[in-house]
Design a protein around this ligand. Structure first.
Ligand code: ADP
Ligand code: ZN
Length: 556
């Protein structure tokens, strides 16, 4: 690929090495930088850890571009903003941030810095645009004096309501193009399919005649993906993990993601007692404690970190050899981001997820009772969880292919080169007589029977599990005594395996055909029971067909 020589090229390479102390550009960085310095609008789709920050931090200190002055960076998380600013200040780049946590005096100080041209970069939270008229005035004056260099929208997927993390505040960001139409804009994200990208470009009012769209493959070819069944006994699990580490990654670094503080601590303590230096990391610890743990992990004093998802943002350790999910992640986005922390140095690394349906249920409940989530968001989260479940239960298709397809990327699984459990299995299958297959199956009739059953139970308080047992035809004492063996629907589901029934019920809850409700007992503990959901009527009126994917093993 021929590299074009621009008037800023020398300055660019000089500052890359002198200020950022980096030897070369990574994939797409140079293209993004040259485009924005030429005055184009740029969209950058780059995986987490790909190096998005450099795409706008370096141009922000280039004097020979089409525009110069201050770069405004919109970023959704105040804590990440501060990290970035600290990092820049350490490099002697003039940066600060502006958010609603500052008091009036502090804000005025920032405005003064801006007006005096003393800032290369200003990080703002999106609500500042509308929250502060004064800020708007300052921006206008920067614009008039040609000191507004470019606008950066970080985590740009937040702009689109089709993206996975829509923020209403991001909708107002069309403000920039509406007021400063010739100031270049750059939007960056690690997660957006074609549809979302177009939505973002439209919402931000990109100059469609003068723009660059940069998207690169999300394939991480040095990562091996594997899903293993999870045993409910923590001790057995930790033994397994220990064995795995000693056999494959003795003295090498890894991360184990757990879903709760308690589980982080439990796993970490057990691993330590088995002689593997590990530490817990979660939001329940003080900031100082967390920094200490992170540092000792980064310096290889601690080998394994057992963390909740709070860990990892902005962490860059290139030699992470394994990432394990002790509990499944809540979405495939998280799966990709968290596993993506392995092998940044390009060397072979492992991503292992321990899967059990029990954990799916646990997370499902956590989402259902989460007071911070709005109703419609709960559905989104439940659907995402179900996608993770389907991914984990898939024992047939290339994992790489599944992940990349999820991110809207076409991938030929021949290019997985046996780097996932299913591809390895496929190779073995050639010599075996069993072949597994994923089949989509219509389960509308079964769903109707289940709806009838739940209806027959009336106002009885029955848990999802009991309901499954009745449907399967259990004659346990409890069920016989309650008279449920007399129900017409008792045993209608006897052909289904227990596991498939669990999945079907879960699916029906996700689709809101069934619903769980909690009743508090005297001690304040809630038990949840099942009832018909708002979509049950649609199913009964035959306005809803339900399908599900199943793994079918057939003997040839
Ligand atoms: P992203 O925002 O895409 O997740 P970052 O901008 O935080 O990624 O960069 C991830 C890591 O990669 C950082 O530690 C950064 O210093 C490093 N990095 C970025 N660009 C380069 C480069 N050209 N060469 C080497 N390291 C780089
Ligand atoms: Zn594969």
């Amino acid at each position: 690929e021929q590299e074009i020589y621009y008037k800023w090229t020398d300055e660019l390479y000089f500052k890359l090495s002198k200020i950022f102390k980096l030897a070369n550009f990574r994939n797409n960085q140079l293209k993004a930088i040259n485009s924005t310095l030429s005055g184009k609008d740029v969209f950058v789709l780059m995986p987490t850890g790909g190096g998005k920050s450099l795409c706008y931090q370096l141009p922000a200190i280039i004097k020979n571009g089409k525009t110069h002055g201050t770069t405004i960076v919109v970023s959704p998380l105040v804590s990440l903003m501060q990290d970035q600013v600290d990092h820049l200040l350490a490099l002697d780049i003039k940066a600060t941030n502006l958010n609603s946590r500052l008091n009036a005096e502090q804000k005025n100080f920032v405005f003064q810095l801006l007006v005096n041209g003393e800032l290369d970069l200003l990080y703002i939270s999106p609500e500042m645009i509308n929250a502060s008229k004064k800020f708007q005035t300052v921006l206008q004056s920067l614009f008039r004096t040609h000191n507004l260099s470019r606008i950066i929208i970080d985590e740009a997927h937040c702009v689109s309501s089709w993206g996975h993390d829509f923020r209403p505040d991001y909708k107002q960001l069309n403000y920039f193009k509406e007021n400063f139409c010739n100031i270049p804009i750059m939007a960056l994200t690690a997660t957006a399919n074609t549809f979302v990208i177009n939505d973002i470009i439209k919402n931000l009012k990109f100059n469609q005649n003068n723009m660059t769209l940069l998207r690169q493959s999300f394939n991480r070819d040095n990562l091996f993906y594997q899903i293993l069944p999870k045993n409910s006994n923590t001790k057995i699990m930790v033994e397994t993990i220990k064995k795995f580490i000693l056999e494959n990654f003795k003295n090498q670094t890894g991360i184990i993601y757990c879903h709760s503080k308690k589980s982080c601590e439990e796993v970490s303590e057990m691993l330590s007692s088995l002689g593997i230096k590990s530490a817990a990391y979660h939001a329940g610890m003080s900031a100082n404690e967390r920094i200490r743990v992170q540092k000792s992990w980064q310096n290889n004093i601690v080998q394994v970190i057992c963390a909740t998802v709070a860990f990892g943002m902005g962490i860059d350790k290139p030699d992470v050899r394994f990432v394990m999910h002790y509990t499944i992640p809540r979405s495939l986005e998280s799966y990709y981001q968290e596993t993506g922390r392995a092998g940044r140095d390009g060397r072979y690394s492992y991503c292992i997820t321990f899967y059990s349906f029990k954990d799916v249920r646990k997370l499902q409940k956590m989402i259902q009772i989460d007071k911070s989530l709005k109703k419609e968001n709960k559905t989104v989260h439940l659907n995402k969880l179900q996608q993770v479940m389907t991914f984990c239960e898939n024992q047939f298709e290339c994992r790489r292919n599944l992940i990349l397809n999820y991110f809207d990327e076409k991938f030929d699984s021949n290019f997985c080169f046996q780097n996932c459990d299913n591809c390895v299995k496929k190779d073995l299958d050639l010599t075996e007589t069993d072949a597994s297959q994923i089949k989509e199956q219509d389960i509308t009739e079964t769903s109707l029977q289940i709806v009838d059953l739940v209806d027959s139970l009336g106002s009885d308080r029955v848990t999802v599990i009991s309901c499954q047992e009745i449907f399967k035809g259990s004659k346990s004492a409890k069920i016989v005594q309650s008279g449920y063996t007399q129900l017409r629907e008792h045993g209608l589901g006897k052909e289904w395996s227990k596991q498939d029934l669990e999945r079907i019920f879960f699916h029906l809850i996700t689709l809101k055909v069934l619903q769980e409700y909690s009743v508090m007992n005297k001690c304040g503990y809630g038990s949840s029971y099942v009832k018909l959901g708002p979509e049950a009527r649609k199913l009964r009126n035959r306005k809803l067909t339900i399908t599900m994917k199943f793994t079918i093993t057939e003997k040839r």
